[in-house]
Design a protein around this ligand. Structure first.
Ligand code: K7E
Ligand code: CUA
Length: 672
């Protein structure tokens, strides 16, 4: 119904669909109305053709807000002709060499990159700078290739975490010790179902998922720096708390909660209710403050209400102060979780040491990212062309929370996310301008608010970047050489693959500081990606130490390590059978096994190989059995043998010249 013309219904009350051009114009008008005022808004409207898109494709088609400002003169260069004016010179200009991003056959990348898979629900692992995909780690999604969600353990984990068939992973966060990545875990949110998962980086496997009570959607997710004492999760959608049918028609009563999770037990420790809404979250580097960005502090339920005001509040949580209240029992318990009142009028927020500080920022901002030195939290304006710089030290002392904002450079249209190098520069993605802007942090603090002076350069990306991420920028050890722009649209950059296009992750070299249009940034590679990653986090290869085979000691007492000798069938009772079998190239420990129709069968299968990279599978046709067994791993699968007959269990991984012959026969004898 949205795409019909309400003015001209036909005799059956239907209306004509609007044409594509009208829809684009309406979207632009809506956006232009919302965009906060920018000085110098009289820049000419750019409506010429984009380079490389061919005729007939206009800037409008890549969703630029054409009539708004900052469309940096023409299209060929985009950066450079006055939109950011007085670009400053960086004195540390280097030779200007860009290292080869192509990694020769047989050699390794320097960095791991962990991408969230969006509504694919997984984590994808890439090598940087080659951008080669190394593996995918299923998290909220079942995945046949890895048998994830099929064996009893992972199936039960997914069932206990709500039993949903998918998730929407957005924000991967690497565990830290002393502010440095320690290579132990990744934590990641599920925006769709209000969950947080933990991925074990020894085995590159999801090992825990918590379904968070009292919240519907978890968007922001981060660990506490410097020592991963908590994992924090922000509920984005306001709902009644608890959401059990009460207050459904009273949006005023809905709430957003800030949740703290124990990273070891993955138990929910406590929650804080706030006024307004919560979105993206990042921790300071000292274990005290956690900053949450927010849009919709209007507490609206429709887009016009959500974007009504010129300001929304960034919330700064004083974590030790909250923990003290919890320890003192000053909370209300809801669904077994201590919930602390962090609303503005709460007694906890009166006096000199409020547990939540509300910092007014323009306008429906999108994110918050703390600088590697822990000094500042950057809040990108989204509908405001600015980034607000929050001075974290001032959070404890400023009388007026607004005084914690110590800088507000004007960066361009649609700023969404900010990342950092090791030389004091920030890089912000500009969704509407389809650019990455590089700027000087300290200069932005000393410059007037709204100034373009701190801008060092802009580079075009293709197109509409969401997150951008530079290597190790979320830790205290930024590396400052590579940056990836996770662009939402790729348009014509790749061979067409039907109406659902790949996203385009672009690799940019940021190791050179130059006094040119881009500030030395250089685009080196396009990379098509399956929809739809949101964020990525990169760690030097030395930070991650994956196992080459399983260590059976890690599951001792939970599952039997089945050798060739003790492969066997055990009847437990009239209707329960346990089957134990080893696997090696090219045979199962049991060449056949017999069960009775109606039996509940539990398979316990061990890959007894000690050599790395020799993975076996065990599949049973028509019984939906699918196990993947890495060397020294044991997996279990339980099913009911309800169809009599002969079933050939076979190996799914091509493991030897006798792989096809590698089978076992399951015989299900008919009940009389
Ligand atoms: Cu910007 Cu979910 Cu991080 Cu997407 S959010 S872009
Ligand atoms: Cu084992 Cu194929």
């Amino acid at each position: 119904m949205n795409s019909t013309d309400p003015e001209n219904p036909d005799e059956e009350g239907r209306t004509e669909p609007k044409d594509a051009e009208t829809l684009i114009e309406e979207h632009e008008a809506q956006l232009n109305e919302l965009l906060a005022d920018v000085e110098g808004a009289d820049a000419p409207e750019a409506e010429s053709h984009l380079p490389g898109l061919g005729s007939g494709v206009t800037r409008r088609d890549v969703m630029k807000a054409g009539a708004a400002v900052g469309v940096a003169g023409g299209l060929a260069g985009c950066a450079g002709t006055g939109a950011f004016g007085n670009a400053t010179t960086d004195t540390e200009s280097s030779s200007g060499d860009v290292p080869d991003h192509k990694v020769p056959p047989g050699e390794h990348d320097e960095y791991y990159g962990f991408w969230s898979g969006g509504h694919g629900g997984d984590i994808r692992v890439y090598g940087i700078p080659s951008m080669r995909q190394l593996t995918r780690i299923p998290v909220f999604n079942r995945e046949g290739a890895k048998g994830y969600g099929y064996d009893d353990e992972t199936d039960e984990m997914l069932e206990e975490a709500g039993g949903y068939t998918w998730g929407d992973s957005h924000h991967p966060s690497l565990s830290e010790t002393d502010g440095k990545y320690d290579g132990e875990y990744i934590f990641v949110n599920d925006k769709a179902n209000g969950r947080v998962a933990r991925v074990n980086l020894t085995y590159f496997e999801t090992d825990a998922i918590v379904d968070i009570p009292n919240v519907q959607s978890v968007h922001g997710c981060c660990i506490q720096s410097p020592n991963t004492e908590y994992v924090f999760a922000n509920s984005e959608f306001r709902t009644p708390v608890p959401n059990d049918g009460r207050d459904v028609n009273s949006p005023d009563e809905y709430a957003s909660l800030f949740t703290a999770i124990d990273p070891d037990s993955m138990d929910v420790l406590w929650q804080v209710e706030v006024d307004g809404q919560l979105d993206i979250v990042d921790s300071d580097k000292d274990g005290r403050w956690v900053l949450s960005s927010s849009y919709n502090d209007e507490e609206g339920v429709e887009v016009e209400e959500m974007t009504r005001d010129d300001r929304d509040d960034v919330k700064a949580f004083d974590v030790p102060a909250i923990q003290e209240l919890v320890d003192a029992g000053e909370y209300e318990e809801v669904n077994g979780v201590p919930v602390i009142d962090g609303t503005k009028s709460s007694p906890n927020n009166q006096g000199d040491n409020p547990i939540v500080r509300y910092i007014p920022t323009p306008k429906s901002p999108h994110c918050v990212e703390v600088t590697p030195d822990g000094n500042y939290g950057m809040v990108a304006g989204k509908l405001s062309p600015t980034v607000s710089i929050i001075d974290i030290e001032k959070l404890a002392t400023a009388d007026d929370p607004a005084d914690t904002i110590v800088g507000q450079p004007k960066v361009g249209l649609g700023p969404l996310h900010t990342t950092y190098d090791d030389r004091g520069h920030a890089y912000t993605s500009l969704f509407i301008d389809s650019q990455v802007v590089k700027w000087d942090i300290e200069e932005a603090v000393t410059a007037d608010k709204g100034s373009e002076e701190p801008i060092l350069g802009k580079i075009d990306v293709h197109y509409n970047p969401g997150h951008i991420q530079a290597v190790q920028a979320m830790s205290t050890e930024p590396q400052g050489d590579w940056l990836v722009a996770l662009n939402k649209l790729s348009k014509d950059r790749f061979l067409p693959v039907g109406p659902v296009f790949p996203d385009n992750d672009q690799l940019i070299y940021i190791g050179n500081d130059k006094d040119d249009e881009t500030g030395g940034m250089e685009l080196v590679a396009d990379h098509p990606v399956y929809p739809e990653p949101h964020d990525a986090i990169f760690a030097h290869k030395d930070k991650i130490e994956p196992a080459r085979t399983w260590d059976p000691a890690d599951y001792e007492g939970e599952k039997e390590f089945v050798t060739e000798e003790n492969s066997r069938v055990e009847r437990v009772d009239d209707s329960t059978v346990e089957v134990y079998a080893s696997v090696k190239r090219s045979e199962y420990g049991l060449r056949d096994f017999t069960v009775q129709e109606g039996d509940e069968v539990t398979l316990t299968i061990t890959n007894i190989e000690g050599s790395q990279d020799i993975v076996h599978g065990l599949a049973i046709p028509e019984y939906d059995v699918n196990l993947a067994l890495a060397p020294q791993d044991t997996r279990q699968f339980t099913f009911t043998a309800d169809e009599p007959g002969v079933y050939w269990a076979y190996c799914t991984f091509f493991c030897s010249a006798l792989h096809l012959e590698m089978r076992s026969r399951m015989i299900v004898e008919p009940a009389d």
